[in-house]
Design a protein around this ligand. Structure first.
Ligand SMILES: [Zn+2]
Length: 77
């Protein structure tokens, strides 16, 4: 998974704002979710399973935004 997946979901209007029911316009801040880090003997291993973003509605008159973790719960129903 990567930021590309978020961009595509937004471009394809697959993320729906729970407040105004319009497609979410953008996201801010991207961070991989690091679930495990093993460090020793100069070997560092990171298991990364997901990512976190702040979804921002950005539609006129709506100030909804929420920090969430992929997979998002804001989809078509
Ligand atoms: Zn909204």
């Amino acid at each position: 998974m990567s930021q590309q997946a978020i961009k595509e979901a937004i471009n394809n209007k697959k993320l729906i704002c729970p407040k105004c029911k319009k497609p979410i316009q953008k996201y801010e801040k991207y961070a991989e979710t690091i679930d495990a880090v093993r460090d020793g003997f100069n070997v560092q291993e990171i298991d990364s399973l997901g990512f976190r973003v702040t979804l921002v509605c950005a539609n006129e008159g709506c100030s909804w935004s929420e920090r969430t973790e992929y997979p998002f719960e804001y989809g078509e129903e």
